[in-house]
Design a protein around this ligand. Sequence first.
Ligand SMILES: *Cc1c(COP(=O)(O)O)cnc(C)c1O
Length: 389
Amino acid sequence: MDFIDLKAQQKRIKDKIESNIRSVLNHGRYIMGPEIEELELRLSEYTGVNHAIACSSGTDALLLALMALDTGPGDAVLTTPFTFVATAEVVSLLGATPVFVDIEPDTFNISPTGLDLAIQAVEASDPGIHPLPRTEHSALRPKAVIPVDLFGLPADYDSIISAAAGHNLPVVEDAAQSLGGVYKGRKACALGEIGCTSFFPAKPLGAYGDGGMCFTRDRSLAHTIRSLVVHGQGSDKYENVRIGINGRLDTLQAAILLAKLEIFPEELDLRAQAAERYNRLLSSAVSDLTLPLLPEGYSSAWAQYSVLARDRSHRNLLQGRLQEAGIPTAIYYPTPLHLQPAYEALGYLRGDFPISEDCASRIFSLPMHPYLDPADQERIAEAMSTAER
Ligand SMILES: *Cc1c(COP(=O)(O)O)cnc(C)c1O
């Protein structure tokens, strides 16, 4: 059994993928070929955001978003410590400082109340209200917020935006896992000033290599991102009006994504069905297991199906039983970012973000993809139920 099975999907659309690849080989425009524009157009229609800019990864999408907002030294970017490192890494790469905010225990997404306190703490330079980087909090000013739609579930944007808007802070949505998710009738990637997604192969819409996209309704931000993605180019390739990056998406990846996009809505339904089956099977098979919450008005892209065990040893037991049955599992994320060696210099301590730390000690993810066999899901529930005996 695979944790994420990309072969079943490939088998289904192999002809389309091969013919799309062949047409790139025929026209030979490997950089900025016509497939790039077509993919941008399709995903702009899909998300309802009028500007979509393809780029080389989800990480670069986040980097481009922060660059377009002029993020730099002295800026505090508020985000969650319970995420993949890329979310905070781009902040540090620009010389700005990640200020972490703990998560909601039931959705694993950034706490809007915590965010409000953190913004006040940065403005007042008062770590008594909220933990701040102990080494450099005195000189920080709040610059932007990056909520993460973890495991495919959008964060609570109405509350986040109301906390951020009072301080004029733009919201950059880390939608690397949530393309296809919905929040109160609006699609993921459309929920902040700039939405950033990833086409890493294991993401809900995955390429056969790296890729990403920025979405925005703001014409001027879109214009800036389009320039930044090609070395800060101006009116032509050899006029450089700002410092940018080489952040383009490959034409070949766009061609592959166009083939996958055709079945993407159907795959999202299949993921949701698989999640419902897990909910049904696991609620009777294992006691003391917290199943993923799907709040009213939300749809998840189900990038992961993650559950909370009672404690660390219960997780070990359950993962052990699954492993014995040949079933792969994963832990997203074993160490919250404020406790990562890379962020030691910020001086955060264990205990600063207790909910993230608690989730990190109990969470694990089960196999999840659109082609998950219901019989395999029954085997998974059965293997987990043996831990009760
Ligand atoms: C995958 C991921 C990224 C980075 O995307 P890449 O395409 O791998 O660079 C950023 N944030 C989150 C939450 C992710 O899961």
